[in-house]
Design a protein around this ligand. Structure first.
Ligand SMILES: Cc1ncc(COP(=O)(O)O)c(C=O)c1O
Length: 393
């Protein structure tokens, strides 16, 4: 039976799957089962931050798998402690909890917020319109997009939505029950919407004034995606909690709750756990990811290539009047169209280029941090053809 038929028959129908059946990858390239090569400028939806099959990642996984894959969290292993130390030393004073997915990290942050608000009977969390925090019940309820929540109503009640980048609206949403503000500093799935410098500073001060936690969901913006290791570093403010996943393990499932001093002593044994969280295989792989980002100077590359890609897209904007705006920070890039972006994604895939269509009208491009200028050039040649096809349609 062929693969697509098996998907139809045996796999739960939760994804709109497209394209061929892929069999292998290397760097920014993927191959399908017929041997056709694709340029992947959206590897793993931001997960494969070092591209596919990075030789050092493949090697560290192989070596660690021979030593120790998993260990329960009631026993000690060095890898988890070393990764926690690496994350803290490269971000802010904190303690780390490891889980397996972005949504799980969000769930943990919601629980920490509840603990923080317990004494004052506060539990509401202000989240942002068009945000995305995941599909588990708490993370979904925190997500500011009705389409993800409506089929599952009633959702959890303690999330209050504010307009992103609108400080007055945030102030208006404060009640005596508010305990935290949760946001992605750059909304990814919501279409690459960038929080302004002024807004983040105002929100930080607002949180301090009202004893609220400021929680940064950096599941997508973390690990060098924006040209800095973490997006909060663009803003000169330190969050109380930061959430990481996607690129954290360069492909292996891992997430982290980076909990600052306001909350890290509120939790004690038995209050939170994860069977798989922080196992030695994934933590060792994540440690290697940090090393590679440093040694291969990938933050600099993300900044440079992000600028180059943005310039190339700006040139398209001058040529095609259906391109409304280019928004980017580092290699987190969005091109907003005045029309549906899915046909553009689909036509690009047919021509051997993988990008992403999100939020109806936005084409999202998030290449591996080690993408080359030549690869961007190749991608832009294909995208240019596809965009010209939109004009012809
Ligand atoms: C900002 C953000 N938070 C949370 C999530 C959820 O992550 P996961 O799918 O690993 O649960 C995502 C996924 O796209 C995300 O972009």
């Amino acid at each position: 039976m062929d693969t697509k038929k098996m998907f139809q028959e045996y796999v739960l129908n939760t994804y709109k799957r497209v394209g061929p059946v892929f069999v292998k990858g290397k760097g920014s390239w993927l191959w399908d089962e017929t041997g056709k090569k694709y340029l992947d400028l959206f590897p793993g939806w931001g997960v494969s931050i070092l591209g596919h099959a990075h030789p050092r990642i493949a090697e560290v996984i192989a070596q660690q798998a021979k030593k120790l894959i998993h260990l329960p969290n009631n026993l000690y292993q060095a890898e988890q402690a070393l990764l926690a130390k690496e994350i803290v030393q490269s971000s802010f004073p904190a303690k780390v909890f490891f889980a397996n997915s972005g949504a799980e990290a969000v769930e943990g942050a919601i629980k920490l917020s509840r603990l923080y608000g317990r004494a004052t009977h506060r539990y509401e969390i202000i989240t942002m319109r068009n945000s995305f925090h995941g599909r588990t019940f708490g993370a979904m309820s925190a997500t500011g997009q009705a389409k993800y929540k409506d089929p599952f109503k009633p959702i959890l009640p303690s999330f209050i939505e504010a307009e992103f980048n609108n400080f007055n609206d945030l102030v208006a949403k404060l009640t005596e029950k508010t305990i935290a503000v949760l946001m992605e500093p750059i909304q990814g799935e919501g279409g690459i919407n960038i929080a302004s410098q002024e807004y983040i500073k105002e929100v930080k001060e607002f949180c301090e004034r009202n004893s609220l936690l400021f929680i940064f969901d950096e599941v997508q913006t973390g690990m060098g995606r924006t040209g800095k290791l973490f997006a909060f570093q663009h803003y000169g403010v330190i969050p109380d909690i930061m959430l990481l996943s996607k690129g954290l393990g360069a492909g292996v499932p891992i997430s982290a709750i980076v909990a600052g001093p306001k909350v890290y002593d509120l939790i004690s044994p038995g209050m939170h756990a994860s069977t798989f969280g922080g196992g030695p295989l994934v933590t060792k792989t994540s440690l290697e990811t940090f090393k590679i980002i440093k040694e291969e100077k990938l933050l600099k590359n993300a900044e440079r290539m992000g600028k180059y890609l943005t310039d190339r897209l700006e040139a398209f904007k001058k040529k095609f009047n259906f391109i409304k705006e280019i928004r980017s920070v580092g290699l987190m890039v969005g091109m907003e169209l005045t029309c549906d972006s899915f046909p553009v994604f689909s036509a690009a895939l047919d021509k051997g280029l993988i990008v992403n269509s999100t939020h109806q009208t936005v084409l999202r491009i998030m290449p591996a941090l080690n993408v080359t200028r030549a690869e961007i050039d190749k991608g832009m040649t294909i995208l240019g053809d596809v965009l010209a096809g939109v004009v012809a349609r």
